[in-house]
Structures are given as structure tokens and as C-alpha cells.
Design a protein around this ligand. Structure first.
Ligand code: ADP
Length: 258
């Protein structure tokens, strides 16, 4: 299963991605997590991304596309993945299309978590408080100020993806304002309906393949075709020999009955 979760910061993509990976045995590919790991490790990508992320802006497309291209090719992603935070621009979506086409892979769906922007700040404040309570390091971009930048980046650069995938007939929307369990159930319903469509398709394909494998019937020769077209004669008539008299076996039987 290969999925994309779309939605603004705080929509719940990460939470739902976690549930999906636990239930479906796929991996979560979060460009945000990968970039934060690069920043923490001080890699060249991390050094380039750090200040951009702290401002709530988007890291250049070529960097994230290269990260994803590398990650999708790893063995644990073979069974499937849920993309969280990628693609974030139409250019990234097009790059993903090319990447998957090159590997002969297809996306199973794109799920948009729809939320009211008004609640996003509350959600992020709650997340910060919970992280602090657990003694975890709070993200540098989880502040009211940076959230404004992240939201405007979402509106300008990522929201157009809703139309991009709707135009391809791949978009499903889920009410992200519902509870975590309700959102998860709605997501599962979409995935199940998609899976049942997929399950029906291979059956047809299998049938077509098995028909193609079946030996073609030998073509009738002109002579055989003519003989099968002739009306069937009765058994007694067919057993007559060339002289027109019934064959011995028939004659004997006729004698016996007399
Ligand atoms: P959010 O909770 O805002 O969705 P993420 O953890 O997905 O945050 O991303 C954090 C930051 O990492 C983004 O604000 C952006 O700077 C950078 N980032 C993550 N994914 C991408 C991407 N696909 N393209 C560009 N920048 C990205």
C-alpha cells in the first residue's frame, strides 16, 4: 500500500501515519522527521535546511525529492509506505510521479485531512505542552510565530495539491476535526473501499490471462468442416457398407430378431 496524507501542519498526519504503519505493516516516510534528523546530525543537507525550517519555510524541492528517492528505494519500503509531509509542492508531486513510474509503482490513494485553520494553533500548543511534560525536545518551529509561516507556506504551495490529485481522481477527504479514532476509522473505510476495487480488478486480469493460456481449438479443415455441417445420418445408415447393404454385424442382429 502506497499512500499520501495531505493536510496543514497540526492536521494529524503524523498521528494517523503511525496508526497506519502499525496496522498495515508499511513504513512512514516523513520528510519533516528526516530533515530534523539531518539537522540533528549536522549533515550538509541538515545545515542547509536548518534555518529554512526554523522560519517555517519550505526546503528546496531538489533536496526533499532526493531524500525521498533514496528512501523509497530502501528494502523496508518495498511493502508500502505512507508519505507524511511529502509532496508539499506541485513540482514535488510531479517528481514523485516520475519516480514511481520509473520503478513501475503506483499510488493507492491520497487522503486529505480537512481541518479548520482556527484550531491548528490550539493543537500545536497542546502538542508542545505534552512534549514538554514528557521531557522531550520541543520542535524549534512549534511556536505561534513560526506556525503562521508554516500555514502560509501550506496555503500557497501545498494546498494546490488537493486539486492536482483530485484531477487525477485519486483524492479522498476525511474530516480531520473528528476524534483520532473516528479519523482513523474513516481512513480505513477509504482504504478498504480502494482495496475492494483493487481486489476485483486482478480477478478479471487473472481470467483474461488464463483464457489466453488455454490452447486454441484446432481449426477445422475444409473437409472436416463440411462433414460436421452435413445432417447426421442414423446409426443403421452409417453402418451400411459401400454396397448399400447393412454391415455384417447389423445383418446378424436383424437375423436374430426375426
Ligand atoms: P508540519 O507539522 O508543519 O507539517 P513537518 O514535520 O512535516 O511539519 O515539516 C517541518 C518542516 O520541514 C517544514 O516546515 C519544512 O520547513 C520542512 N519540510 C518538511 N517536508 C518538506 C517538504 N516536502 N518540502 C519542503 N520542506 C519540507
Amino acid at each position: 500500500m502506497r499512500l499520501i496524507l495531505l493536510g496543514p501542519p497540526g492536521a494529524g498526519k503524523g498521528t494517523q501515519a503511525q496508526r497506519l504503519i502499525n496496522n498495515h505493516g508499511i513504513v512512514q516516510l516523513s520528510t519533516g522527521d528526516m530533515l530534523r534528523a539531518a539537522v540533528a546530525a549536522g549533515t550538509p543537507v541538515g545545515l542547509q535546511a536548518k534555518s529554512i525550517m526554523e522560519r517555517g519555510q519550505l526546503v528546496p524541492d531538489e533536496i526533499v525529492v532526493a531524500i525521498i528517492a533514496d528512501r523509497i528505494g530502501q528494502s523496508d519500503a518495498k511493502r508500502g509506505f505512507v508519505l507524511d509531509g511529502f509532496p508539499r509542492t506541485v513540482a514535488q508531486a510531479e517528481a514523485l510521479d516520475r519516480l514511481l513510474a520509473k520503478k513501475g509503482l503506483k499510488l493507492d490513494g491520497v487522503i486529505e485531512l480537512k481541518v479548520d485553520e482556527g484550531i491548528l494553533l490550539n493543537r500545536i500548543e497542546k502538542r508542545v505542552a505534552e512534549m514538554m511534560a514528557r521531557g522531550e525536545t520541543v520542535r524549534a518551529d512549534d511556536t505561534a510565530e513560526v506556525l503562521k509561516g508554516r500555514l502560509s507556506a501550506y496555503r500557497a504551495q501545498t494546498a494546490p495539491l488537493v486539486d492536482y490529485y483530485a484531477g487525477k481522481g485519486m483524492l479522498k477527504s476525511v474530516d480531520g476535526m473528528a476524534s483520532i479514532d473516528e479519523v482513523a476509522a474513516a481512513l480505513d473505510r477509504h482504504l478498504e473501499s480502494g482495496a475492494s476495487v483493487r481486489r476485483r480488478r486482478p480477478k478479471v486480469a487473472r481470467l483474461a490471462r488464463s483464457n489466453a493460456r488455454r490452447k486454441p481449438k484446432p481449426r477445422k479443415t475444409a473437409k472436416r468442416a463440411a462433414s460436421s455441417a452435413r445432417p447426421k445420418r442414423s446409426v443403421a445408415k452409417r453402418r451400411k457398407n459401400a454396397s448399400g447393404r447393412p454391415k455384417n454385424r447389423t445383418r446378424r442382429r436383424l437375423t436374430r430378431t426375426r
